[in-house]
Design a protein. Structure first.
Length: 470
C-alpha cells in the first residue's frame, strides 16, 4: 500500500494518491491531472476511482478530466447530485482497491454531501481518514457555505457537523492518520495548523472542536463564531465542480497565446478584458500598462484573484515574467478563471518599445515614510486583515482590508497623498493598482509594509496576540 499527499501551498490544498496491487485512487485532485496520470503510469497502476469529499468551493477539482483520461469512476458521498455521470456511494459502502478497502463515511455539516473516506489496510485495520473539509488539523470546516442552497442556517449545519464528528470520526482509534483537504491559509476554516498530517488521537487532545466534554450548543457557538464572509468566487467554483467545465487542455491552449503589443491592446479594447499584471510589486511599480491590476504570482495568487476579480468568466489578459505564462494560466484555472485570452509577448518592455503609455506607482521606503510621518499628519490606510491590524498598527491608521477594499472606497480621499501598507508589500501594491485604476492618483505605497515600518520609530499601538483574530 502506498499513500502520498500531494500538497499545493498556494491553495493550502491536499490531494491524495493511494495505490495497492496495481490499482490506484486519487482523492480531491487539482485541475491539472497530468501529474496523477504520470505517477500511475510510472508505477504501472490503473486509476480505478476519483474520490471527491464534497463539491469544493475554493478550487476547481480535476475530477472530470482525470476520469475522462484514465477511465476511472468518479465517486461522491450520499446526497450528492452532480450533473455528470458519477457513482453516488451510500453510507458505509466499501470500495476495493487492490488489497485495501476504502469505506465511505457520510459526514455532513460543512456541506450536506461531505464525506470522509476511511482507508483500511490489507489486514482490515483502520489506517487513515481522508477527511476533506469535515475535519482539519486544529479546526473543522466552516458550516456556512451550503446554507443558502440547502435552506438551512449555519447553526443547523454546525449541529450536523457535531453529530458527524462524534458518531463517525471520534470513535475511531487514536492511531488513525488524519489527511485533511486543507491546511493553514485556506478560507475553508478559521484556525488550521501549519502541519498537514496528524493522528486522530492528537487531534482529540488539541483540536478545540473535538473536546470530549463539549456540548452540542457549545460546539455550534464556537464553530460559528468569528466566521468572515467567504470569498466571492466560492459559489461559482461549487457550480463548476457540480455541473462541469471546459477541458483544461482547451483552457491552456487559449490562455497561452502570445500576443504582440498591438494585438494585446486590441483584445483589451474589444473584449473589456482585465489586464492582470503578475510581476512582483516592485517591478510593477516601476512601470505598467494603464488600468492593469497587480496580483503577483509569487504569493497567494489564485485566492486573491478569486477574491478581487468579479466573475470567473471575466476575460483576462496576462502580463508576466518570461517563462511563467503557462504557470499563471494553470493557477487561474485552478480557481475557475478559464477565460484567459493570452499574454503580452515580451512583457512591458515590448509595450514600451511599441511606444505605448505606461504608468507608475509612487513607492517609498519605510525610513522615508518615517520622515514624512514625523513632519506632518498623514492619511495612512492599512490593508491587512482585521486581526493583523488589531494586533498592532500605526497610530492613526485606518484599517481597509484588501478583501473588502470596495466597501471602504468612500473613506479614501482623492486629495492629498494617501499612504498604503500591508504586512510586507504584496497586498498594498494590489490595493494601489486597484485604486489607481479607479481614479486615485494620490496613492503612495510603503515598500516593505508593516515589517519595515516596525523597524522605525513611527508610533504604534501595543502588540496583542492575534492568533484567533486574523
Amino acid at each position: 500500500m502506498r499513500v502520498e499527499q500531494i500538497y499545493t501551498g498556494c491553495l493550502a490544498q491536499g490531494a491524495y494518491y493511494i495505490e495497492s496491487a496495481g490499482e490506484a485512487v486519487i482523492i480531491d485532485p487539482l485541475r491539472e491531472v497530468g501529474p496523477y496520470l504520470e505517477k500511475a503510469r510510472r508505477n504501472k497502476a490503473t486509476i480505478r476511482y476519483v474520490l471527491e469529499t464534497h463539491f469544493h468551493a475554493d478550487f476547481v477539482s480535476g475530477h472530470l478530466d482525470l476520469a475522462a483520461k484514465s477511465g476511472a469512476r468518479i465517486v461522491y458521498g450520499p446526497t450528492a447530485k452532480p450533473s455528470f455521470d458519477a457513482h453516488i456511494a451510500h453510507d458505509g459502502e466499501e470500495l476495493k482497491v487492490g488489497e485495501v478497502t476504502i469505506k465511505v463515511l457520510h459526514t455532513p455539516g460543512h456541506t450536506l454531501e461531505s464525506t470522509t473516506y476511511l482507508l483500511r489496510d490489507a489486514q482490515g485495520k483502520d489506517y487513515a481518514i481522508f477527511s476533506g473539509d469535515t475535519l482539519f488539523l486544529g479546526d473543522v470546516g466552516r458550516p456556512d457555505l451550503a446554507q443558502k442552497a440547502a435552506h438551512l442556517s449555519q447553526e443547523d449545519l454546525a449541529g450536523m457537523l457535531f453529530d458527524s464528528l462524534r458518531t463517525k470520526l471520534m470513535p475511531l482509534a487514536d492511531d488513525v492518520i488524519v489527511y485533511p483537504a486543507h491546511g493553514a491559509g485556506s478560507a475553508c476554516g478559521k484556525h488550521m495548523m501549519k502541519e498537514t498530517v496528524d493522528t486522530l488521537g492528537n487531534q482529540k487532545k488539541i483540536n478545540y472542536a473535538l473536546r470530549a466534554d463539549m456540548t452540542r450548543d457549545e460546539f455550534i457557538r464556537e464553530v460559528t463564531d468569528g466566521l468572515l464572509p467567504p470569498p466571492a468566487y466560492f459559489p461559482e467554483n461549487v457550480k463548476l465542480n457540480k455541473e462541469g467545465y471546459e477541458s483544461i487542455d482547451a483552457v491552456m491552449q487559449k490562455g497561452t497565446r502570445a500576443l504582440t503589443a498591438e494585438e494585446f491592446e486590441l483584445a483589451a479594447n474589444e473584449t473589456g478584458a482585465l489586464v492582470l499584471d503578475t510581476r512582483s510589486p516592485q517591478e510593477f511599480a516601476k512601470g505598467y500598462i494603464p488600468n492593469a491590476i497587480n496580483i503577483g504570482i509569487d504569493g497567494s495568487f489564485a485566492p486573491w484573484v478569486g477574491a478581487l476579480v468579479p466573475g470567473v468568466m471575466h476575460p483576462l489578459l496576462i502580463v508576466a515574467d518570461s517563462g511563467r505564462e503557462e504557470e499563471i494560466v494553470m493557477r487561474l484555472a485552478r480557481v475557475g478563471y478559464d477565460n484567459t485570452l493570452g499574454y503580452l509577448q515580451g512583457g512591458v518592455a515590448a509595450w514600451k518599445e511599441a511606444g505605448k503609455e505606461v504608468e507608475k506607482i509612487k513607492s517609498i521606503s519605510a525610513t522615508e515614510f518615517e520622515k514624512r510621518f514625523q513632519a506632518n499628519a498623514l492619511a495612512v490606510f492599512d490593508v491587512r486583515k482585521p486581526g493583523e491590524f488589531e494586533a498592532e498598527h500605526v497610530d492613526g491608521a485606518v484599517n481597509t482590508p484588501l478583501d473588502f477594499l470596495n466597501d471602504h472606497l468612500a473613506s479614501i480621499p482623492k486629495e492629498g497623498d494617501v499612504y498604503l501598507h500591508c504586512a510586507g508589500g504584496y497586498r498594498s501594491m494590489v490595493a494601489a493598482s486597484i485604486l489607481k485604476a479607479r481614479g486615485w492618483d494620490n496613492i503612495v505605497d510603503v515598500d516593505g509594509g508593516f515589517k519595515a515600518i516596525a523597524a522605525t520609530s513611527i508610533p504604534r499601538t501595543n502588540f496583542t496576540c492575534s492568533s484567533k483574530k486574523a
